[in-house]
Design a protein. Structure first.
Lengths: 398, 264
């Protein structure tokens, strides 16, 4: 039933998707032919726009499912979440690839990117983000490669990857920790221009914790959508299990967010009349407190669409947070207004369309939810059950 | 110690010779401008073609009318945000304290523009191969023992050039000698950790377009965060590796237990 519905919707969906993806490409070509001035509404006062706020800040945050799930499954041995590790890592890989593509569009002279690789400034948080994003994208490609090798039935590279699996996972988590926090570190230099309520010396920590919270939330959102669109049977406790963790992380996030204001004696700012104060309350109430309450209730977690909604709030909350810090609450100097040019929207939307299209193709072509049914009855050796890696037959010693 | 400039806004007559000298020495292109309704500033602000402009401000202070001409250019910070921000290290500080930009390193990320609390670095938005542009403090002249072009051109000595420490002393003397004439503040002495360009004014600085700033450099928290990075890396990598082995062992024990349980 679900499959039929999905197939009926499919042509329309793919038509829109294709149109958006193509328009994005057209805008990218235009940008390189005529320059940033002609294709964006950026100016000296607002040198970073939606490409940085949405594509970099939000793109990287929402791709956090890759490292949080990898940590849960491979480091903390939460076998249950095998079922969603592949889509999580694929989403992260595609997300990061698109972040890099978007940055290449945003960079004034991307053909000189090699200068950055050769001479990074170790004092710059942006350099750290750039290097970590590049390295982590390679790590993600390697983490996901077994799924492709499996499809192609290439056993030798599969063996190689398996031997370095755990170092890869550890490297991925470390790189993610560094650059998720350093995105907040980048905002630390806005000490004169970012609204007082939103600026904090612990922004790196807040960015990291909120990324850890939004990782599983994003996996829930994506898992809910793909299982509906492609009829994957996800073990029911998989997504609800993820939902159970989120309130804890959000609680830590909220404690740091409020605690920081208390310690710096700036708590009064949350009652100030600045319009950025309203954004703060919206984020805290609807992006943190409400999902904490909702996801603490089994009745919400057990209900597929309620769980989806609650996780969606977390995602929207983190998006609002990143938008506010990198754009809304950031004063333009020299003072200037900014609303993105339609081509800026077109590029960002186009890249998202590409991401969705690639995820859809992968869901059709590759085995994405191989371990959908939890198979805890007969636990093989940990080494023999790398989850993302192999179908049982291909693993030697299994 | 670095060089400094003391700009005495009360001495400026708004002739804009500094703007012309800057254009000439740095061989900057002309700018298309148009008459604006509310100010005769021209061009209206810094840009990829203009390193310095005069802002014309009409202010009432203490019941008196003031027409203030405020020169605007890179402040050449002691702790420059652009220099820390730049991911390729395209900004450098010369021995004279000038913050200079080297376009051969730049890749066009524009983080320097976002990082500058004064909004100084400008971009060649119109170009397909854009670079950042900003005042060089005439580092080329300075390295030959000469004075920056705008300063040597100034006909009223509104711009005083010398050792930064001496400029602060001079500024304090002028304020002490004429406490009624000046507001008791040298803008740039302490703002964001101190800047090479410093200002004296007869009216509060906020009223003539100077941003109020804290004394803490914009680089302060960034430096702390970046200092912590190697430790963070080591801690996370170690903790994750440790956890992996702990949880792996735990699982093995649990499996062994359940197996022996089955055996009975």
């Amino acid at each position: 039933m679900q499959n039929q519905e999905a197939q009926k919707r499919f042509p329309w969906g793919s038509l829109v998707l294709t149109a958006v993806a193509v328009l994005g490409l057209v805008a990218i070509v235009y940008r390189f032919l005529y320059g940033l001035g002609a294709s964006t509404n950026l100016s000296d006062g607002r040198a970073w726009g939606i490409w940085i706020s949405f594509d970099l800040y939000i793109g990287v945050a929402l791709a956090a499912g890759g490292f949080t799930l990898a940590a849960a499954v491979y480091i903390f041995a939460r076998e249950k979440y095998h079922a969603v590790i592949r889509p999580a890592i694929l989403t992260a890989f595609i997300g990061y690839t698109l972040v890099i593509l978007a940055l290449l569009v945003d960079l004034g002279q991307p053909w000189f990117i090699w200068k950055f690789i050769l001479h990074p400034n170790i004092h710059s948080p942006l350099a750290e983000v750039g290097l970590c994003v590049m390295l982590y994208t390679i790590v993600l490609a390697l983490e996901f490669s077994p799924v492709v090798f499996e499809r192609l039935n290439w056993r030798v590279p599969m063996k190689w990857i398996r031997t370095i699996q755990i170092p890869l996972i550890v490297a991925g988590i470390t790189l993610s920790t560094l650059h998720q926090s350093s995105l907040g570190g980048m905002a630390l230099i806005f000490s004169e221009t970012l609204d007082m309520l939103w600026y904090s010396p612990i922004l790196p920590l807040l960015f990291l914790i909120s990324a850890i919270a939004v990782g599983p939330a994003m996996v829930i959102v994506e898992g809910s959508l793909t299982s509906r669109a492609f009829g994957h049977q996800l073990g029911r406790d998989v997504l609800s299990g993820l939902g159970k963790v989120i309130p804890v992380i959000l609680g830590i996030y909220l404690a740091f967010k409020i605690g920081d204001l208390v310690v710096t004696r700036q708590l009064g700012l949350i009652f100030s009349t600045s319009s950025y104060t309203i954004l703060w309350w919206v984020e805290v109430l609807f992006g943190v407190v409400l999902p904490m309450i909702l996801l603490s209730r089994p009745s919400v977690r057990e209900h597929a669409w309620k769980l989806f909604g609650a996780a969606g709030l977390v995602v929207l909350g983190v998006m609002l947070n990143r938008f506010t810090i990198s754009w809304f609450a950031l004063e333009a100097r020299p003072a200037v207004g900014y609303f993105p040019h339609w081509m800026e929207f077109a590029v960002s939307a186009g890249l998202v369309a590409w991401a969705v299209a690639i995820v859809m193709v992968c869901n059709k072509v590759l085995v994405m939810h191989e371990h959908a049914e939890p198979e805890h009855a007969e636990e093989p050796e940990l080494e023999g059950k790398p989850g993302i890696m192999v179908e049982p037959g291909a693993a030697p010693g299994n | 110690m670095g060089k400094g400039v003391l700009v005495d806004l009360t001495k400026c007559i708004g002739c804009r010779a500094c703007q012309v000298a800057c254009k000439q020495w740095n061989e900057l292109p002309v700018e298309d401008t148009k008459v604006q309704g509310d100010t005769i500033a021209n061009p209206p602000g810094l840009s990829g073609k203009t390193y310095t402009t005069l802002a014309f401000k009409e202010v009432e202070h203490d019941g008196q009318f003031h027409w203030v001409f405020a020169k605007n250019q890179c402040m050449h910070c002691q702790y420059a945000g652009c220099k820390t921000a730049c991911l390729v290290g395209a900004f450098d500080k010369t021995e004279f304290g000038a913050i200079v930009y080297e376009k051969n390193k730049c890749i066009g990320c524009r983080y320097c523009q976002m990082a500058c609390p004064f909004g100084v670095p400008a971009y060649e938005w119109w170009s397909r191969t854009p670079w950042i542009q900003k005042c060089t403090f005439c580092a080329d002249l300075q390295s030959n023992g000469l004075t920056p072009a705008c300063i040597s051109t100034c006909p009223t000595d509104a711009l005083l050039f010398g050792e930064r420490d001496d400029m602060i002393k001079e500024g304090k003397q002028r304020i002490a000698a004429n406490p009624d004439k000046y507001v008791n503040h040298i803008y740039g002495e302490k703002e964001v950790g101190g800047t090479a360009w410093m200002y004296l004014s007869a009216v509060p600085f906020e009223e003539v377009g100077f941003y109020p700033m804290r004394e803490e450099p914009v680089t302060h928290n960034v430096d702390n965060a970046m200092f912590a990075v190697p430790f963070g890396l080591a801690v996370v990598a170690t903790a994750m590796t440790g956890c992996y082995f702990i949880f792996k062992r735990r699982r093995k024990l649990a499996q062994a237990k359940s197996r022996s349980g089955e055996g009975k």
